[in-house]
Structure formats: C-alpha cells, structure tokens
Design a protein around this ligand. Structure first.
Ligand code: GAP
Length: 493
C-alpha cells in the first residue's frame, strides 16, 4: 500500500493538490486542486456523469443551489440529528470526536520514569507504570469535558441582516437538493418509476477531526444519485427497493474497479442496526484500503420514503407519483448511491502509484486509466535547439489539443521528460526528432513521422504525422495499445 505521505508530497510537487491558503499557514481542513488535480477531478466527475446519468435511460441530472431554505434542514433531520459527540481538552483546548478518543495514540507523562514523555499506542497501557489514558490524548495534561453534541452544519445568514430569521446553512449533502426538486423533475420530464436524479456538487461539514489529506475535509464534493422506485412493486420475488439496492451496490463497485481500483482494495461493509442513519432501512458502504486502514469510499443507502414524506410534511406540498396501473398516488422509496469526489480521487491516485526499476533506475509512474489521466498526450522535442523540431512539436500539440488535453514540454532532456510524464500518469508521449523534420544542411528531407511512447509498457512506435489523430482516437476512445501498435513499426527506445 502506498504511504499517504508519498502521495501528499507528489501531489504538491507536481501540482495535483495544495494546502488551502498555504501562504498563511494553511487551514488543515481544506485543499486546493492544482493544474493537474483539477483535470483529474474533472475527469472523474465527467466519467461518472456520463456513465451514471447520460448513458442510462433511467436517469436525469440536476444542479441545485448550495444555499437552500432553512426549513429543508429541519425537515431532513440535519438540524436535530446531524451531530457528532465531541469532547474538549480543558488545558490545550483541542477538540475530539468522543467516539474516536479511544482509537488515538496518547501522550503520557510517566511518573515511574521521573515524568518522561511517551506516546502510547491507542488502547494500550504505559509499560512503565501501567497507567491507562484518562487525560487529553494530545497534550497528556488536560481533563476532557463530558461529551456534547456538536452540529456539523456551517451556519450562515441569507441577506444583509444577521438575525435568527435569516439563518441558513451550507448544504452538508447534495441529496436534499434532489428531494426538494422531485416534483419539478417529475412534472418537467414525465418520468415513470423507477428513475433517478444525479447531481455533483460541493458539500460542507464542520468536521471535528478533519484529516488524512483529502479524505476528510470541511469542504468537499459529492456525486450523488437518488433513485426512486415503486415500493409496491416486486422484482424476482423481492421488493423493488431491495432489488435496486443490490443492483446499485454491484454497479458502483464495478465502476470503481473499471477505472483503476484493484478489486482486492475494495470491499463492502453492511451497516449494523446501531450504525444506520435515522432515515435508512439498509446501508452498505464501499470501503477502500486507504493507508490508514479500510475506510468509507462511498455509501449506498435505502432511504425509504423518509425524505419525500418529511419534505411533504414540512412544505405542505404533495410529493407523490401516480401509479397508473394501481390507480394510486404513492411516495417512492429511494436508493441513494453517494460518493465523495475527493475520496475517489485519493483512491485512484493511491492505486495508480507504482515505483518500478527500469535499467537500474527508479521510475515513478501513475498508471491511471486513460480516461482519468489529467494529460492524455505530451509532445516532446528531442532537440530544442532545432527550430523546425520545436515548430513541428508546437503545431502538433495545438492540433491534438483540439480533441484531447495535450501539452508541449521542452524543458529537459528526453529521458527526464518521459519520467516527468510517467510521474503524472500521461498515457502517451509524442516525440519529434531530426528524422521527423530532416536536415536541410545535409540535404536530408524529413520522414514526417513521430514516435509514440506508451506509459506502462514504455514501447515505442513510429507513426506518420498525418495519422496521429486517427491513432489517438483509437488509443483514447477505442482499442488498446497492443492492437494499435501492431499496425506500426517499433521505434528504438
Ligand atoms: N447523502 C448521503 C451522504 O451524504 P455520507 O456517507 O455522509 O452520506 C457520502 O457521505 C460520501 O461523501 C462519503 O462516502 C464520502 O465519500 C463523502 N464525504 C462525506 N464526508 C466527507 C468529508 N468530510 N470529506 C470528504 N468526503 C466526505
């Protein structure tokens, strides 16, 4: 498993992720996506949207606002239930989630060793004096307060007056924007059950203990689906909601492995009764083997008719669907696959990362699925002193960039340029050399061919410039490398 600090350092060095407000010391709970990070993130969202919204006949999309009517959060239960129990250290003022204190390593000043300071693993006793943790795990000195419920929603004011009547919240999940638009979508699209609404957008939670890089942050993005089903219907002898729940679990798991997660790095976790959210009949999490252990990548919940009924109750509007067959109005059940964009990005990065040895040297490579790779093609000149090579390379980049993210780089020798592209996961490099453009001083004409190098195998083929777009269309939108490479002569590496 790739250590987290290796990924954090690569992300900063190569422009995937920076700490937010770093020049002011950073926030520790928010992160900024750099030039490569924003491409990677957009690719994840684009592929998710295409696969789960655009390509399915039973899905539509939505983009609801972040700020909503305050009653939404009363109806959804977030005002009353979206809380974590927290404790504070009376000495260092550090704040912890009460349920996580026992799982933390703790600081201890041991009297049996003249007050020496030790960090003791979670749950263990001091091997010198046998003491167990009773004080703050961070400073080892302060008493902890009794647990208090802390609401995780960020409060703000709508409009110019800061008074109770104008209080609202930054949404802690995108889901509620879908529920409150259920009837709008139904009326405007004339959908029949089952159908779903997908949405991608920012969510905000004032997490007590953000951490593990972009795993738990206070501002993050979600990709959520609310899939509405007829609870009176049975499919293969089972209630429709249970059938669709299992289908969505399988489809989400397959989606993550299709785009690069190793199957043995993903597993399912069935929520026990006491773990279930207040709205859920059944929830299954997709866990990923993150460096800090198996942790939630996404959740797939059966939210029943809870949310639509709550919003109908609080708004006084009917949120039902008319079942023509049974001639009755019913409140659909909802299956909710809910994924975090940032966690997905972290998992894809971790699984793509490889350190390999090539001709006695270490090569770092991100083996991204080509659809996720931030840059698809890097055009590299073999000699930047030759103006024809540079001009040809820049012209090629401009042509390829009309269809794919393509960059031009001539800031180092070719070996170094390849390594740099490997390190950020660029699947293909195109090299322009002397043979491409010829040498007028020696009376040599160019062959108008360039070398394409594939990232994972490092194989190279020689391809006519005139066929480049056709070749990349096959490589990036169709067949694999082996098939395309077989049609062209190999170039020496
Ligand atoms: N609408 C259901 C819902 O929001 P959740 O399990 O609280 O369920 C869904 O969140 C997903 O959103 C999580 O599986 C995770 O991927 C992501 N997520 C939640 N809180 C997050 C945080 N503080 N930082 C980053 N991602 C988070």
């Amino acid at each position: 498993m790739t250590p987290m600090d290796v990924i954090v350092s690569l992300c900063k060095r190569r422009g995937f992720v920076f700490q937010s407000s770093e020049i002011y010391g950073g926030t520790g709970s928010c992160w900024d996506y750099g030039p490569l990070g924003v491409e990677l993130k957009n690719n994840i969202k684009r592929v998710w949207w295409r696969d789960f919204v655009q390509q399915r006949g039973d899905m539509v999309g939505l983009d609801a606002s972040i700020l909503m009517h305050a009653t939404v959060w009363k109806a959804s239960g977030h005002v009353d239930n979206f809380t974590d129990p927290m404790v504070d250290c009376r000495e260092c003022k550090h704040r912890f989630r009460a349920d996580q204190v026992a799982e933390m390593a703790w600081m201890h000043y041991c009297e049996a060793t003249k007050g020496n300071k030790f960090t003791i693993p979670a749950g263990e006793a001091c091997r010198h004096c046998g003491a167990r943790r009773t004080l703050c795990p961070e400073c080892g000195k302060g008493q902890l307060t009794a647990p208090r419920q802390f609401n995780l929603m960020f409060k703000t004011f709508m409009g110019p007056v800061e008074e109770d009547a104008s209080v609202t919240y930054l949404r802690p999940e995108t889901a509620q924007g879908i529920f409150v638009n259920f009837d709008n979508v139904l009326q405007s699209t004339r959908r029949k059950l089952p159908f779903g609404i997908g949405q991608i957008g920012k969510a905000f939670r004032n997490e007590i203990t953000p951490g593990n890089f972009i795993f738990r942050t206070r501002e993050f993005e979600q990709m959520e689906i609310e899939f509405f089903v007829n609870p009176h219907e049975t499919i293969d002898g089972r209630p429709a909601d249970e059938h669709w729940h299992d289908r969505w679990i399988a489809e989400c798991q397959a989606w993550f492995t299709r785009y690069g997660l190793q199957p043995d790095h993903v597993k399912l976790h069935e929520h026990a009764g006491d773990e279930l959210a207040h709205y859920s009949k059944r929830t299954v999490d997709l866990l990923y083997h993150f460096p800090m252990g198996w942790s939630e990548l996404m959740g797939i919940a059966n939210r029943t008719d809870y949310d639509l009924k709550q919003h109908a109750k609080f708004s006084g509007k009917s949120l039902t669907w008319f079942d023509e067959e049974r001639k009755e109005h019913l409140v659909p059940f909802v299956i909710e696959p809910s994924a975090g964009v940032d966690r997905a990005l972290l998992a894809f990065l971790l699984d793509a990362y490889r350190e390999e040895e090539v001709r006695g040297e270490k090569r770092v490579v991100l083996r991204f699925h080509s659809e996720l790779a931030p840059v698809k093609i890097a055009v590299l000149p073999l000699l930047k002193k030759r103006p024809e090579i540079v001009a040809t390379g820049q012209d090629l980049r401009a042509r390829l960039a009309r269809r794919w993210v393509a960059i031009y780089d001539d800031t180092a020798a070719i070996g170094r340029l390849y390594r740099r592209q490997d390190e950020v996961g660029t699947p293909y490099c195109v090299t322009v050399d002397v043979k491409t453009v010829g040498d007028p001083d020696k009376g040599e004409v160019g062959d108008q061919r360039v070398t394409i190098r594939e990232r994972d195998s490092m194989q190279q083929i020689r391809v006519p410039i005139a066929e480049l777009e056709k070749v990349f269309a096959s490589l990036l939108e169709g067949g694999g490398w082996a098939e395309v490479a077989a049609a062209y002569p190999r170039a020496e590496s």
